[in-house]
Design a protein around this ligand. Structure first.
Ligand SMILES: O=C(O)[C@H](O)COP(=O)(O)O
Ligand SMILES: [Mn+2]
Ligand SMILES: [Mn+2]
Length: 522
């Protein structure tokens, strides 16, 4: 077995499509990837459902669960599953945190607010979790409950928001019993307010704060009217719809007032951390919170195990142990990771089991290239050139034993639904892969090419005979290619998933994968 240093290229959101008109990976001109598939050993890995710890094989993969599995060589039950189980067993409602939130409403006459992504995408949240929380709050005597809804259209069909709003309004009507006020109070598209990640765009979070907490957005009599009006005026898909406040008798239905109880019901951490900090931090300095003095705040999960964000949460996340980084550090091996802001946390925080800290400051080097704040279909190259430059430079330095990068293009442009731009995005990824392969050959590296889940490979979907643009991830398998010129590798036959990548990297580096890991493909 060779003991060359190893490079892992993660092409975010690049799976194996059906080769049809919605398969932007196939439509793109990708001479480098074509050559790799024609000449190198490769497998197709399962990147969705149970292979990455999600409840069922109907669940598409996503960056969190994908990078968790890639980085730890194991399959952990993930947030989507753990929250579902905690609701089912009732453990969530027995927690001190939940009891405290309810008691604050019942004993101090405060309102209960539920903030989160309104869909059944099961990537960041699940509307059924929200429904369970609302029902329980009502059964436990909470009189006033308000929903602050972030419209999805990114993990679910692009214009499906009204279906989820209708389901929520039905439940709220049922819970509006004598003396109760249960209502939607505010909302907006998830790419406009509240759900920024990795500090790419704090003004987005501030816009969410003004909407949910201060009631300062355009007012409508209902969420439905807000969505319909904005659609007609802007032609935007759900994720990009502007913020709105629901009003009644000339006043916002409810704003999040000092002392109220607030649950952020998203379970995934990347896009939940900034707004959590805004609610949770005493000395918060990212924007002016007005006359805010504090609320009883809880996240659905703990979003960062190292930074302890947020202070209070309802469900314990998977505690991911024995990661590849831990193994490498134990053997004094040096690692390097790079991406641009939008995926920087994916190759660091998600990769290392949702921990933002390092195992070893000395052995780990992480580099972030600032992302632009623009719709990515307008610039499908994103920072692929800069990521490649950094990677090649790190390879040339000869300092590192294991290097990884994430090219966001297939995924970030894929989510815009603009097929033409996604084709270009894939061509930029291919260029980056080509340069890294060339450097690998010149400098003596093994280069592995893979992905965390599909997206660019399925840009169209047909439902009930109607074909429309797909903005969500696909359920397709992803490639795993071994480029090691001059060395014969035989990949084992069998069914493999993302969790088989870390053991394969360990094997290439001459290390024995821990017994708790999945098996190496070599
Ligand atoms: O957060 C997002 O952008 C999407 O919901 C999921 O995309 P990702 O899992 O690739 O980040
Ligand atoms: Mn991804
Ligand atoms: Mn994505």
């Amino acid at each position: 077995m060779t003991k060359k240093p190893v490079v892992l290229v993660i092409m975010d959101g690049v799976g194996k499509g059906d080769g049809g008109p919605g398969d932007a990976v196939k439509l793109a001109n990708t001479p480098n990837l074509d050559r790799l598939f024609a000449t190198c050993p490769h497998n197709w890995l399962k990147a969705h459902g149970t292979a990455v710890g999600l409840p069922t094989d109907d669940d598409m993969g996503n960056s969190e669960v994908g990078h968790n599995a890639l980085g730890c060589g194991q399959i952990y039950s993930q947030g989507a599953k753990l929250v579902g189980e905690s609701i089912e067993t009732g453990a969530l409602f027995q927690s001190e945190t939940w009891k405290g939130l309810v008691a604050n409403c019942n004993e101090n006459g405060k309102a209960f607010h539920f903030l989160g992504l309104l869909s059944d995408g099961n990537v960041h949240s699940n509307i059924h979790h929200l429904f369970a929380l609302l029902r329980h709050a009502h059964a436990e005597g909470v009189k006033r409950a308000y929903c602050h809804i972030l419209l999805d259209g990114r993990d679910v069909p692009a214009t499906s928001a009204l279906e989820y709003v209708a389901q929520l309004e039905d439940l709220l009507r049922e819970l509006n019993t004598e003396g109760c006020d249960y209502a939607i109070a505010s909302g907006g598209g998830r790419m406009q307010i509240t759900m920024d990640r990795y500090e790419a765009n704090w003004p987005m979070v501030e816009a969410g704060w003004r909407t949910h907490v201060q009631g300062l957005a355009r007012r409508f009599p209902s969420a439905k009217e807000a969505i319909e009006t904005y659609r007609a005026e802007t032609n935007c898909i759900d994720q990009d719809l502007p913020a709105f406040v629901v009003e009644r008798n000339g006043q916002p239905v409810a704003t999040i007032a000092n002392g109220d109880s607030v649950v952020l019901y998203n379970f995934r951490g990347d896009r939940a951390q900034e707004i959590s900090l805004a609610f949770d931090c005493k000395d918060f300095d990212k924007f002016d919170r007005g006359d805010y003095t504090g609320v009883d705040f809880a996240g659905m999960l703990e979003y960062d195990g190292d930074l302890k964000i947020p202070t209070h949460y309802l469900v314990q996340p998977p505690v991911i142990k024995n990661t590849l980084t831990e193994l490498l550090c134990a053997h004094n091996l040096r690692e390097y990771a790079v991406s641009e802001t939008q995926k920087y946390g994916h190759v660091t925080y998600f990769w290392n089991g949702n921990r933002s800290g390092k195992v070893s400051e000395e052995l780990e080097t992480y580099e972030e290239i600032p992302s632009d704040v623009i719709p990515f279909d307008q610039a499908p190259a994103m920072k692929s050139k800069e990521i490649t430059d950094c990677m090649v430079k790190a390879m040339e330095s000869g300092k590192y034993d294991f290097l990884r990068c994430n090219f966001p293009n297939g995924d970030m442009v894929g989510h815009t639904g603009n097929i033409e731009a996604v084709v270009k995005a894939m061509e930029y990824v291919d260029e980056g892969v080509g340069r890294i392969i060339e450097a690998g050959k010149r400098l003596g590296y093994v280069v592995l090419v893979t992905a965390d889940h599909g997206n660019a490979d399925q840009m169209l979907e047909t439902k009930k005979g109607k074909t429309s643009i797909r903005t969500a991830h696909s359920l397709n398998p992803v490639p795993f290619i071994v480029y090691d010129p001059g060395v014969e590798h035989t990949l084992k036959e069998g069914k493999f998933g993302l969790a088989n990548v870390a053991p394969t990297v360990a094997t290439l580096l001459g290390l024995t994968p821990p017994a708790c890991w999945e098996e190496s493909m070599l």
